[in-house]
Design a protein around this ligand. Structure first.
Ligand SMILES: C[S@@+](CC[C@H](N)C(=O)[O-])C[C@H]1O[C@@H](n2cnc3c(N)ncnc32)[C@H](O)[C@@H]1O
Length: 212
């Protein structure tokens, strides 16, 4: 019961437990966020859209590299933490933090040079719909970087039960992305923490077939 409640909070942080979860996420996800942001190969001035930005740690890292960042999250509690963490860049107009849903992104077609999705694919009930929406907002030669903790590491975690989390190994993640209209540039297994393996996928939009 408690574990399931934690799983639900990770999916949608609310109230004081959600604020607490936000602080835990910032610490626990430090290395995955760093690895995923490195994989974006950011050039200053590029526009990055982050899906499920949580407490805004990756947003801060990307803004420090000169990117323009739009962070989307469904949780007011997370956006409040992300705004505090990124106040200076929000005031300067370099960072926008918006309440929203990842299957209806408040971003124009082709407006994102990069899309970042860290620890969010577990919650994609309609993964095809989310990936279609990412394809819509991603520029033609844009890059999607996605991080998940590997299924073999997560299986023992009581909060990540099947009711709240969908888990991925290398094969199922590659299948998810190619089924969603992306071509993998690479998929690396990384050390996400002590005894924890993660997967970092970098991919581009598959070309639209003229006869399709
Ligand atoms: C496990 S947290 C990951 C946060 C951050 N990316 C990190 O790795 O530290 C998942 C985040 O996705 C957000 N989220 C879940 N479902 C969402 C949806 N449908 N639309 C937008 N955000 C969503 C949650 O509110 C939460 O902040």
């Amino acid at each position: 019961m408690v574990w399931h409640a934690i799983g639900l909070q990770l999916r949608h942080p609310r109230g004081w437990p959600g604020r607490l979860i936000g602080h835990v996420m910032r610490l626990a996800n430090h290395r995955p966020n760093r690895l995923a942001v490195d994989a974006l190969e950011l050039v200053p001035g590029q526009h990055v859209l982050e899906l499920g930005c949580g407490p805004g740690a990756a947003v801060a890292r990307m803004a420090a590299r000169g990117a323009r960042v739009t962070g989307i999250d469904q949780s007011e509690a997370m956006l409040a933490q992300a705004r505090r963490r990124n106040r200076r860049h929000v005031v300067a107009g370099q960072v926008a933090l918006r309440l929203g849903q990842w299957h209806r992104l408040p971003v124009a077609d082709g407006a994102a040079d990069r899309v970042l999705a860290v620890n969010v694919a577990y919650f994609w009930e309609d993964a095809a719909g989310v990936l279609a929406e990412i394809r819509r907002v991603l520029a033609q030669n844009g890059l999607l970087v996605l991080y998940v903790t590997a299924a073999d590491s997560m299986r023992g975690w009581k909060f990540a039960d099947a009711a709240t989390h969908r888990l991925y190994d290398e094969d199922s993640l590659a299948a998810l992305l190619s089924g969603g209209g992306f071509v993998l540039a690479d998929l690396r297994r990384v050390r996400a923490g002590p005894g924890v393996a993660g997967l970092v996928a970098r991919c581009r939009k598959a070309p639209v077939r003229k006869d399709a």
